[in-house]
Ligand binder design. Sequence first.
Ligand code: MN
Length: 228
Amino acid sequence: MTDFVFAPMATPTLPVTGRAALFPIARVFCIGRNYRWSSDEPAPQAMPAWFMKPATAVVPAAHHLPYPPGTAEFCHEVELVVAIGRGGRDIDPAQVEDRHIWGYAVGLDMTRRDMQQAAKRVGGPWEPAKAFDRGAPCSPITPVTTCGHPREGSIRLAVNGLERQQADLSDLLWPVPELVAMLSRSVMLMAGDLIFTGTPAGVGPLHPGDVVSASVAGLNEFSLTVTP
Ligand code: MN
């Protein structure tokens, strides 16, 4: 048996809809702008950028969402999350759905927007804005065997009952198979990887006491209360 100088941390996990077994998380990839935020926006020519969050940033979306340190602009981004069940490199987009996707979830790509704007101004890295503790609350993962591959249907987020973000999954500029294939040409994907697929228009700040609710048709919805 391997000795460690201290006990290694437990693998981050998410619950699975309808099963006791947990989904072990490997890594978290986040796709940049992947919906039109205004109707006159030109169609993108290049695939969106991507960035990462640590697996430890993923927490089950339940009860509370603590306001993180170092920001005055803590923003919500509701996203469809793809859970990879079988990795690979140079994956053929036509094989993504049948061979590589294990399930889907609803996630929040929480963002310290003031830090992101500051980073953009100086061309600095986005990690302080994106890769913070508990910055990726996520619903339980629903297996493909239950939900299929959601390619249309509402994605929405409300704050204190007022709708802030609403779009349809068919509005995704780059569809899920293309996103998975793109990532697999850049890194070797692994079972347990999560991919946040981008957020529709309407992102905005949250404040302590706010109740944020998020849903994607056919997946688990959730509500969180922002705590100081
Ligand atoms: Mn995002």
